[in-house]
Design a protein around this ligand. Sequence first.
Ligand SMILES: [Cu+2]
Length: 373
Amino acid sequence: MITRRTALLGAAVAALLASAPALAADDLKLPRQAVELVAPPFVHAHEQATKEGPKIVEFKLPIVEKEVIIDEAGTKFQAMTFNGSMPGPMMVVHEGDYVEVTLINPDTNTMPHNIDFHSATGGLGGGALTHVNPGEQVVLRWKATRTGTFIYHCAPEGMIPWHVVSGMHGTVMVLPRDGLKSREGKPLRYDRVYYIGENDLYVPKDASGKYKRYETPGEAFADTTEVMRKLIPTHVVFNGKVGALTGKNAMTAKVGETVLIVHSQANRDSRPHLIGGHGDHVWETGKFINPPEKDLETWFIRGGSAGAALYTFRQPGIYAYVNHNLIEAVELGASAHFKVEGEWNNDLMKQMKPPGPIAPDKFSAMAPKVQTR
Ligand SMILES: [Cu+2]
């Protein structure tokens, strides 16, 4: 039975809704999917090609400020992170989907934060609409109109580079609805996907040359900025610390498996190289509408971008995956390992004789043909 009171209430609610179109939470009549994010180098389960129509993909992204250890010496660092990992998790959607992110800045944090998606259009990539102080959360929705791998990062006014090099960056992968294609237009699939986020770190030292430790990110700000301005990182790491992806933390694969390696650098250039392997198909700039390059030895990741390389492992063993500025790889930390199981292929490589004493051979009798003048 409709009373005068409920009729009035109904009218009031209708008036309220009509006056607040910006608050219409669900103006899109599309299916929704909530996806739980996982820490890199792993990537949440997803379809590579999809027959479904566009949907709204929901992600929850808490911001975590925390002290982390960044090298074997136990150096402590005040990190600022998305979801507690450096880099933040990869989000995977398809072209035409909507990404709806709930960005949470818990009151245990000390800093304001936001998020700038390079894959989004307008509003500083969302940075202008997502500024949250500790104790606040915000929900942003954007449409994935371009395919590829794209950086996201924190960009708070006055402290952008500091938040980025403190760990606040990650990647979105927008797949074509019908999946990846070779430059000839043939479908490409991967058996595994790994996400490597490179991070240059600038850790201040005390008068005796020891790395300094700070109680909060804010306390580290002035000293860190001084080191940052010299542009010489103290560490260049994959996934948050020296050794995060080596030894027992190595990424794994089997001979014959195809692996998609997504590599991001939110601040500085890098040049990934798989020692003993190649990039079969490489989207160096990470944008899938452009044909992939083939058979690369080393590829270039522009600071502020993410690239993707597809490789089918053909030999077993431990492969080092490095930033081929080898000083950064070996001295500063930018190295990872792939541990690949399977049968060795003698046709591709064989040790014909093991190391032994130097012996005369057929070349010894040949006249020198060196032009001296
Ligand atoms: Cu931030």
